[in-house]
Design a protein around this ligand. Structure first.
Ligand code: NAD
Ligand code: TYD
Length: 338
């Protein structure tokens, strides 16, 4: 089988490339526009594998996508490519609409024209909006209505609706997965967990939004990759699958755990102005993917966070370069005087 993985130089896309290369004998083409979030160094080891090839391209580029699909004749497309950071979407929504919505449409048009057998859209639990903090009994199921909060989640939800429309209107062979927050190696240090690890190691303040009581449902990235792997092979066309490991934690608990693990003082914590429209709580009900595809999370948070912290300690080169480039300007803009 030949699989196109878009967003392959990003956090989850790269982890997925490594998972697939290790698990199956398929050929993988990794595509990425190498935006600020994409890093070809992440794929250094994959690039030595004869079953892997990298293409630098933008998913909104219709001409490039048409030529690529005509040449490669993919069996499966997994679309990870996206603008993915909520805070950036609040500052500048437009690029989110271009990449996340138009990019998905352009990819689907190419997949439809060249009769790709399966198109998998990697979506997010954020399309369901948020849950109240005082109702731990409530979880997102696949039937929960879409009700977004941020420009990011709205763009992801729009893409999901388009994927659904292509499936129904054209019989397009698509599946969608909606996963909770991921953590693990190769995550860009603008996101909560790697940002807190990097700041801790530099003895910098840890900016906690609001009171730090918002809840996220954390899943180790490899467990997400395993679920997508099952969906593209055994999932039913037209279906949506929620993915999550019942691991809800408040932001402040995560931050304290990282401080503890790195033996740093809690005085590094700084409470800063809350994110606009900040979603209170995400929590996934993964019953369907468990029952239909036999998926279950395998890495407990206590183990996953240890592996992750260890990885950032051992790979300072990888993220050291990132936190000294464009990211410095972003960081100063977003966090100075917050
Ligand atoms: P990321 O920002 O680390 O990676 C995204 C990649 O897409 C980057 O390498 C970037 O260069 C590339 N890209 C951006 N615009 C592009 C374009 N126009 N053409 C081609 N490539 C482009 O994001 P991530 O955390 O790896 O997320 C991957 C996918 O998973 C996204 O679709 C995201 O919505 C979804 N998701 C993420 C999480 C999470 O916790 N990180 C949870 C659920 C779903
Ligand atoms: P993030 O990693 O941006 O993921 P998402 O917003 O998609 O869930 O943020 C996770 C949580 O951490 C979210 O509630 C916002 C909070 N947060 C902070 O408190 N401080 C920070 O510097 C960042 C980046 C996030």
């Amino acid at each position: 089988m030949k699989i196109l993985v878009t967003g392959a130089a990003g956090f989850i896309g790269a982890n997925f490339v490594y998972y697939e290369l290790g698990k199956h004998d398929d050929e993988i083409v990794g595509l990425d526009a190498l935006t600020y979030a994409g890093n070809l160094e992440t794929l250094e080891v994959a690039l030595q594998n004869p079953r892997f090839k990298f293409v630098k391209a933008d998913i909104t580029d219709r001409t490039a996508m048409d030529a690529l699909f005509a040449e490669e004749k993919f069996d499966v497309v997994v679309n990870f490519a996206a603008e993915s950071h909520v805070d950036r979407s609040i500052e500048n929504p437009e690029i989110f609409l271009m990449t996340n919505i138009i990019g998905t449409q352009v990819l689907m048009d190419a997949a439809k024209k060249y009769a790709v057998g399966r198109f998998h859209q990697v979506s997010t639990d954020e399309v369901y909006g948020d849950l109240p903090l005082n109702r731990p009994d409530l979880l997102f199921t696949e039937e929960t209505p879409i009700k977004t909060s941020s420009p990011y989640s709205s763009s992801k939800a729009s893409a999901d609706l388009l994927v659904g429309a292509y499936a129904r209107t054209y019989g397009f062979p698509a599946t969608i997965s909606r996963c909770s927050n991921n953590y693990g190696p190769y995550q860009f240090p603008e996101k909560l967990i790697p940002l807190m690890i990097a700041n801790c190691l530099a003895n910098k303040q840890l900016p906690v939004y609001g009171e730090g009581l918002n809840v996220r449902d954390w899943l180790y990235v490899e467990d997400h990759c395993k679920a997508i792997d099952l969906i593209i092979r055994k999932g039913k066309v037209g279906e949506v699958y929620n993915i999550g490991g019942h691991n809800e934690m408040t932001n402040i608990d995560i931050v304290k755990l990282i401080l503890n693990a790195l033996d740093k003082p809690e005085s590094l914590i700084t409470y800063v102005t809350d994110r606009k429209g900040h979603d209170l709580r995400y929590a996934i009900d993964p019953t369907k993917v468990g029952k239909e595809l036999g998926w279950a999370p395998e890495t407990m948070f206590a183990d996953g966070i240890k592996i992750t912290i260890e990885w950032y300690l051992n790979n300072r080169d990888w993220w050291g370069k990132i936190v000294s480039g464009e990211y410095t300007q972003y960081y100063d803009k977003m966090y100075a005087n917050r």
